[in-house]
Design a protein around this ligand. Sequence first.
Ligand SMILES: [Zn+2]
Length: 170
Amino acid sequence: MCLDYLRTLRHETVEELSDAQALAAWVEQFGPFDTVPVPPDDGRVEGARRLREAIRTVIDSARRGVPCPASARDIVNAAARLPPPAPAVADDGRLRWRADDPIAATLSLVARDALDLTFSPLLARVRQCAGTDCGALFVDASRPGRRRWCSMNTCGNRAKKDALKARQPD
Ligand SMILES: [Zn+2]
């Protein structure tokens, strides 16, 4: 989940968290809530982007085995400290997730997931995509552990096509 969140900034240029509406849409797609009301943008979009950058720093530092800057640590810790979504039985007898602030609660899940990943053996399986201008992080779950691209459908395919083109005579 935290790596999905990092992918809201693609190729260092395509910003998916462009405004409060986009942030609510991401939380609706990846969080446990059926609907997420669009909040007023009281600086929370910027906060969400800062959290994303801080998560990247925490994970990158751990991968390189260097201490994480306190500024990044503080941001991730603060997000993780907020209450995550709580399960509740709804009127219709089904399980629903509740939170006073669905966005903050989901970002708490994202931050907790980032810390789980950072301190789990899976960290050794986190790779950076070899695709041109991609740089996305992904968990290599393949048995040989030699996966190179975040996705075969996008970066992997492009790399194959480029290699093919390079081999063809003009
Ligand atoms: Zn990629």
